[in-house]
Ligand binder design. Structure first.
Ligand SMILES: *[C@@H]1O[C@H](CO)[C@@H](O)[C@H](O)[C@H]1NC(C)=O
Ligand SMILES: *[C@@H]1O[C@H](CO)[C@@H](O)[C@H](O)[C@H]1NC(C)=O
Length: 394
């Protein structure tokens, strides 16, 4: 049922026809249960857990598989592979049925197509709904992720109806699973039926849905553009930097706190929240999972709870992987203060949002997307967090 699509990203072509790109056969097996030395800095994304330094693009594909396995193991819980997906499209709604092991669940999403122009159109999937300006030529798909996994009570929603309430997945990876099933449905229906071009899909969401949007993009290689908005800790923020901010007296959402509320993480993450230095990864590597596809991180420097230094520093580190892969400008970071008005992006950030849409969804391949900017009044000292240099992977 899968349709292979090729999206041209300005540096060559990348096949985005698979949920998870295949891992080269030469990769060392992933050992996620190894004991890792405690590391108070952001772990080196260019080092395999086996101790091998990465040297090529293929080696990055090995490390990517390792990071995906580690983040699921320690933090998110597993994203189950392909259930059987069937779909129907009528009246602006796609009804999606997922079946596995004799059980099935159905959910639906609403689609708003551009009112002018001729499809197939690129589309953005909004967890909840997008709260960034979407250009006129881009279709909007509104995905009610709470229907798949509710914030609370833990393990409630259609994901758990299908896989059972004792499934190890937390809500965030369950939301990402739903995004992947939606893409399966778009592929199965085909662009002649949907007017949507599955080689030009984006995903977004704000706040907890910003965390979910980043995780959706990190765990599905069919998504061309990922735009998490104000995702803070658990999204583009790094656990280690947030812990340091907390120690310094800033009221940031940190790992020990985040697991006490909503059911977003695997329950086993509680074993690590007070010793985040022992995680073999941090969220700069979650960001790097999107590479070489496109990622634009939108943050708000005005809300301490989001961890402004953490999301900035984490993204400085994450962008080094894009750079090493020769696609530095496929990752952007933009942080602007708009006080406490959460999820109401100020117009000062419109140009970078428009640039990423234009380049990666609307075929304007010459649009400049090189952005790493903040108005934050902090002093991020890279050497405090990054004690490695980028490998040459190209
Ligand atoms: C916490 O405070 C120390 C001492 O002033 C400083 O070096 C460090 O950068 C601060 N951490 C963060 C994340 O701002
Ligand atoms: C953009 O590229 C896609 C894929 O090659 C193509 O289907 C579409 O017609 C192009 N759209 C525009 C506006 O040029």
């Amino acid at each position: 049922m899968r349709v292979s699509g090729v999206v041209v990203l300005g540096f060559g072509s990348l096949t985005v026809g698979q949920e998870v790109a295949s891992t080269p056969s030469a990769c060392a097996p992933v050992a996620t249960n190894a004991a890792y030395p405690s590391n108070s800095k952001l772990p080196d994304p260019f080092l395999q857990s086996s101790g091998t330094r990465l040297g090529t693009n293929d080696a990055w594909a090995c490390k990517r598989a390792e990071i995906r396995a580690e983040i699921q193991q320690y933090e998110l819980g597993p994203k189950p592979p392909n259930p059987t997906v069937t779909a129907t499209y009528s009246g602006g709604n796609i009804a999606i049925t997922c079946s596995e092991g004799g059980k099935s669940v159905s959910f639906s999403v609403s689609v708003e197509l551009p009112t002018s122009g001729k499809g197939p159109f690129p589309a953005i999937i909004g967890l909840g709904a997008p709260s960034i300006p979407v250009p006129a030529g881009v279709a909007v798909i509104n995905y009610n992720n709470q229907d798949i996994a509710a914030d609370l009570p833990r393990a409630s929603g259609k994901f758990y109806t299908l896989y059972g309430s004792s499934h190890r997945a937390g809500g965030l990876i369950a939301w990402a699973w739903g995004v992947s099933r939606l893409i399966d449905a778009l592929e199965a229906l085909g662009s002649a039926a949907t007017s949507i071009d599955t080689s030009r899909l984006a995903v977004t969401g704000c706040s907890r849905n910003g965390k979910g949007a980043l995780i959706s993009g990190a765990f599905d290689d069919r998504i061309a553009l990922t735009i998490p908005q104000e995702g803070g800790s658990g999204g583009p923020g790094c656990w280690r930097i947030a812990a340091d901010m907390k120690k310094n007296g800033t009221k940031v959402e940190d790992a020990p706190q985040i697991v006490t509320g909503d059911g977003w993480f695997a329950t086993s993450f509680s074993d690590y929240v007070n010793k985040v230095d022992t995680l073999p990864y941090d969220h700069h590597m979650l960001e790097a999972l999107v590479a070489p596809r496109a990622l634009l991180v939108i943050e708000n420097s005005g809300i301490d709870y989001l961890g402004p230094i953490s999301t900035y520093g984490c993204s400085v580190a994450g962008s080094m992987v894009f750079d090493a892969l020769g696609v530095k400008d496929h990752m952007g970071f933009s942080q602007a203060s708009h006080g406490t008005s959460h999820c109401q992006m100020p117009s000062s950030q419109n140009p970078e949002v428009a640039a990423f849409f234009n380049r990666f969804l609307l075929n304007q391949t010459s649009t400049a997307t090189d952005v790493l900017k903040t108005d934050g009044k902090f002093n991020f000292v890279a050497g405090q967090w990054i004690d490695w240099t980028a490998a040459a992977l190209t």
